[in-house]
Ligand binder design. Structure first.
Ligand SMILES: Nc1ncnc2c1ncn2[C@@H]1O[C@H](COP(=O)(O)OP(=O)(O)O)[C@@H](O)[C@H]1O
Ligand SMILES: [Mg+2]
Length: 163
């Protein structure tokens, strides 16, 4: 408890893909136009699995694949567009030239896999999620930067979703 207060981060443990989907659902209900989520974690950590669960929770009906080669894919959700990025193969300069601000400050929700690679050009306020592989499943460490992300995390902690 003191731990979370000190570094302003929150923990979620997922023992299964269903648990990953549950976190995605809880977050999806808070998302709004211009929300930005940055994902990090080793290959195989579960970034794309979380992205797919978030897309489903947003009512995206198309199949969501890893956009490693396409870099950006846009989907139509039930209420909000969903912009799914994987910047693993991009240099910071290339990412900068793509003009990602049109997405970040657009009318949809942006999720970036390998977000820390382009940290310098991300919006100042965002929710950063670090996923780690564990023997018992996956751990999600949430780092809110600015409002409303901090408020979301506090609320999810009050509701017992995060610790
Ligand atoms: N919470 C989880 N529990 C069990 N398996 C998971 C979980 N999250 C992801 N996986 C599995 O781990 C593998 C790698 O996941 P993926 O999302 O492709 O990782 P990444 O995009 O981080 O490289 C997939 O087979 C996926 O189904
Ligand atoms: Mg992936």
């Amino acid at each position: 408890m003191a731990e979370a207060a000190n570094d302003n981060s929150y923990l979620y443990r997922a023992a299964s893909l269903e648990d990953t989907a549950y976190l995605a659902q809880r977050l999806a209900s808070l998302l709004e136009p211009g929300s930005v989520l940055g994902l990090d974690g080793d290959l195989g950590a579960g970034k794309t699995a979380f992205s797919q669960a978030l897309a489903r929770a947003l009512g995206v009906r198309d199949l969501v694949n890893s956009p490693t080669f396409t870099i950006i894919k846009e989907y139509e959700g039930a209420q909000l567009p969903f912009y799914h990025m994987d910047v693993y193969r991009l240099s910071l300069e290339e990412a900068d030239e793509l003009g990602l601000d049109d997405y970040f400050y657009g009318s949809g929700v942006t999720l970036i896999e390998w977000a820390s690679l382009i940290e310098d050009i991300l919006p100042p306020e965002r929710l950063h999620i670090h996923i780690a592989y564990e023997e018992s499943g996956r751990s999600f460490r949430l780092h809110p930067i600015g409002e409303p992300y901090s408020a979301w995390c506090r609320q999810l902690k009050e509701n017992g979703v995060l610790t």
